[in-house]
Ligand binder design. Sequence first.
Ligand code: GRF
Length: 189
Amino acid sequence: MNKHPIIVLISGNGSNLQAIMDKCENVRIQCVISDQFDAYGLQRAMDAGLDAVWIGQAPGTSRDTYSDELASFISYFNPKLVVLAGFMKILSPRFFQSLPNTKIINIHPSLLPKYKGLNTHERVLEARDEEHGMTIHHVTPELDSGPIIWQSSFFIQPDDTVKSLEEKVHKREHQWYPWVIDQVVRGNI
Ligand code: GRF
């Protein structure tokens, strides 16, 4: 089957990257890019024989400048899809203007539109919510606000902690992100 070229952006551990590398059937990862030089995900990529690159934001440079540099590097590959997998930088609108024909998707550890931003598991517990989960969505310039593609939820148990919620969310992320990515590149989403 024809493999579609994608770029994966990470900042840390890269467990979602690992799931993508292990489970996606329809993609060819052209490059893994991290904004953090010590992201373990870069090691995972190199262990899998993939090109792995650190593109950090130089001190004193603006978000616009960083977004321009990143978009310029990515456009060289002309990917079908850019996958954000734990990428922690907020990209400026210019990033999207520079890649007008490229789909960009993200995974977020909450049931959006609830709990945009950080510390989602803590906030869910503080609010005594009944449900929690993860969201895969298209990326737009506004943080964690693009059209939702897929959500997976579960009921919170009385003995759940931040750690147990994180594990339950990760399990669903690793199950669904590779599947959604395959569907997006095949044009089914
Ligand atoms: C995931 O929970 C994802 O939803 C969020 O950041 C975390 C990344 O984890 N955006 P990993 O680096 O893939 O292990």
